[in-house]
Design a protein around this ligand. Structure first.
Ligand SMILES: [Zn+2]
Length: 241
């Protein structure tokens, strides 16, 4: 019997047998890890909260054979506020999906874990523009995978002013129209991504550039993300947001 104790965030929960759920966790030291939460669908279940996406807790897993069993869970933060606001909920789901997509089993990533928890905290707070927070997380995720996207100047010739901008997915940078033509990148979107990239998450609460421009910037970044990492079911933005 092999017992593991780890902090983790619940990425998803899937029904299993009559009363159980299979929970997928993101642990800083283990990467993605799954475990069965037994009897969690019963009304009296003590660890019901552990079967909810976003739950940040210390989990104890016991590994016997193929699938681990979650035997204990001490909650640190449930991030329930995220469920009360449709934009926060959508952004939070995208964060969990991004992690699910880019992190594998046995792939520790403490930096991305810290960034994920801080992002969920910001999404729970009324002080932040939720879409700006999601954009910041995506930029951090790219950087975490060795792709620091560049929006400050043309990544080929270095000029800071251009009539038309494009984005070169391969090099991960904005390019002026004289150097190359990749994905069209509007000047105001380039500026938003440049500012958010250079602003610490804690200082992002005072940032605002208008909803339309933020959504446009998220759409652009989502397009880049899908080209680099592949399809995500939560993207693009739902029309009601
Ligand atoms: Zn150029």
């Amino acid at each position: 019997m092999n017992e593991i104790v780890t902090d983790a965030v619940v990425l998803k929960a899937m029904d299993f047998k009559d009363n159980d759920k299979i929970i997928t966790l993101f642990s800083p030291s283990l990467g993605k890890v799954s475990g069965v939460l037994k009897g969690v669908k019963k009304a009296t279940a003590k660890l019901k909260f552990a079967g909810e996406p976003f739950c940040f807790a210390e989990f104890t897993l016991v590994k016997k054979g193929e699938l681990a069993t979650i035997v204990n869970c001490v909650e640190k933060e449930g991030f329930f506020e995220i469920r009360k606001d449709i934009t926060a909920f959508y952004c939070g789901c995208v964060v969990l999906e991004i992690i699910s997509k880019i992190i594998s089993e046995n792939q520790p990533n403490p930096m991305l874990f810290v960034s994920a928890v801080k992002t969920l905290m910001a999404l729970s707070s009324e002080e932040y523009d939720k879409i700006a927070v999601l954009i910041k997380f995506m930029l951090t995720a790219f950087q975490n995978f060795g792709m620091k996207l560049r929006f400050d100047s043309c990544s080929m010739c270095g000029r800071k002013n251009a009539v038309h901008w494009f984005f070169d997915v391969e090099s991960g940078g904005a390019v002026c129209s004289e150097c190359s033509q990749g994905l069209p990148l509007e000047e105001n979107v380039r500026k938003v991504l440049y500012i958010i990239d250079g602003t610490d998450l804690t200082r992002l609460s005072s940032y605002s550039c208008g909803e339309v421009l933020l959504k446009k910037s998220l759409d652009f970044l989502s397009d880049v993300f899908v080209r680099v990492f592949g399809y995500l079911k939560s993207l693009p933005l739902p029309a009601e947001l």
